[in-house]
Design a protein. Sequence first.
Length: 304
Amino acid sequence: MGGRALVQWEQNRRNAPEGVAVDLYPGTSRPGLAGVAFYQVPYTPSTQGADDRLDLIARMPDLEVVQLLSAGYEHVLPLLPDHVTLCNGRGLHDASTAEHVLALILAAQRDLPRWARAQREHRWGPVSLRSLADARVVVVGYGSIGKAVEARLLPFETEVVRVASRARPEEGVHGVGELHGLLPGADVVVLTTPLTEATRGLVGARELALLRDDALVVNVGRGPVLDTRALLAERGRIRAALDVTDPEPPPVDHPLWEAPGVFLTPHVAGGSAAFYPRARAFMDDQLARWGTGEPLRNVVREGR
């Protein structure tokens, strides 16, 4: 195909195939946009600054392909001209995000924040702790990340309940319409879903009320999938470990910071050291495919 590509990393410019002119745009200074046909939206671990990078799409008249390195893509669809193909980063974040889910669950179940505070205060006060073994974990959003989460949970002797947007009985996957019947038996609920109109507020006051006392909700999907106001209204009855929040980031005076039973990390689940080499290798392959006219990977919307 050939043309001009705008990418984030020097490795991808260096390894680009013949006939593909590649310029760097790490997401800071404004790039030249004339002739850009392939645009890899610069990736950062959080959503901060993402709007500025996406606004460039409207200023690229020769655009053919937009490449995201995030798994979620619904927020980009309204910005795309009909003829532009959209690809996402499905699979790139699986290991990083699944590791973070496991870390959040273990931190919450074994009360690591308590022991961190005790160490700072030079206090030694052992208590009985929760366990991950024998816990029933409901994974809501059983796609590639959900499968990676399950693979890491099973060696801990857990029972994993799979939930997706639609039931897949042949895979043992429940549809989201069955969620209310599954929540009362859950010890841990893991949210890995993207944000859509169907998932916004998916876990709210009604869903939290169905959970047993001291259940844990882990959110590594998008903040608005979990209703923040409903969580705060639980006043610690339901615990939460959140890598994404609504609002994100919370203002300095937001009650989430001090909410009982809530543990926060700043949207870092997907951006670990494992992600970047995989993402650069993926981009090498994707540019090679684009340059030679081969089918692109991870196409989520075909241009027409």
